[in-house]
Design a protein around this ligand. Structure first.
Ligand code: ATP
Length: 227
């Protein structure tokens, strides 16, 4: 679904990405793990088209439809209800001003249900917990049925229950979209990903099936927290 070749991103003289060859199989849940400053946000930003690489190539499969991206700290108007946030995401995607069709309204409700937010959907999101806000962010990325979803550290700053709920939600996306999510916690990636990439100082130290990483066929001595 995504392939990069020799991707380099320099900020001044500092190489935040230093020759990354990423390969994200279509339909996979790919976990990009690496400590703070490894270059995860930079890489996701380039894949999303929000930042420009200094060198290298990015190829996204031609059949890829919509690409959705969620930043590490999603921000919403606190006065909007959860349902309004998701409906707005759908209408922004379609270029209309409101959810008008019954089909659209049903899609919004379906995604809220999938994200465990049905009961909270009519409350203002300003009162949501951090975990609920992350799930609301994921619901907003899902609603237009993107084929590629990029999530930047969706579970990292959450308490154990919030983290569990976000990881469970990501698990439900398997088979519906290709998902690439980043984390500085290896445990997050271990729990839900089929394929793992370990990014360190802008380099991919390992990339492949999780099973290869766990049996120690992989290289790395990386500085990740394992829960
Ligand atoms: P974190 O989890 O802390 O966000 P990360 O793995 O997402 O880390 P990046 O945010 O991509 O890493 O940053 C990679 C490196 O590039 C860091 O050293 C960071 O300081 C630097 N960097 C990122 N954005 C910029 C920028 N706009 N200007 C200069 N340096 C930057």
């Amino acid at each position: 679904m995504i392939r990069t070749h020799g991707l380099v991103k320099r900020y001044g003289t500092h190489a935040a990405l230093d020759g990354v060859d990423l390969e994200v199989p279509a339909g996979s849940v790919y976990g990009l793990a690496g400590p703070n400053g490894a270059g995860k946000t930079t890489l996701l930003g380039i894949l999303a088209g929000l930042r420009k690489a200094t060198e290298g190539e990015v190829t996204v499969a031609a059949e890829t439809g919509e690409v959705a991206v969620l930043p590490d700290t999603p921000r919403f108007d606190p006065w909007l209800t959860g349902r309004e946030v998701v409906a707005l995401a759908l209408t922004l995607g379609s270029g209309t001003h409101s959810v008008t069709t019954r089909e659209d309204a049903e899609r919004v409700d379906e995604v809220l249900e999938q994200s465990g937010l049905t009961d909270a959907a009519r409350r203002r999101c300003g009162g949501y917990s951090r975990g609920m806000l992350q799930r609301l962010g994921i619901a907003s990325t899902l609603v237009a049925r993107p084929s590629l979803i990029l999530l930047d550290e969706p579970a990292s700053a959450l308490d154990p229950q919030g983290r569990r709920e976000v990881l469970d939600l990501i698990n439900t996306l398997r088979g519906h979209a290709t998902v690439l999510f980043s984390s500085h916690i290896l445990g997050d990636v271990q729990e839900v990903c089929d394929t793992v990439g370990i990014l360190h100082h802008g380099r991919l130290l390992f990339q492949g099936p999780l099973s290869d990483l766990l049996v120690g066929r992989a290289v790395p001595r990386y500085e990740l927290r394992v829960r």
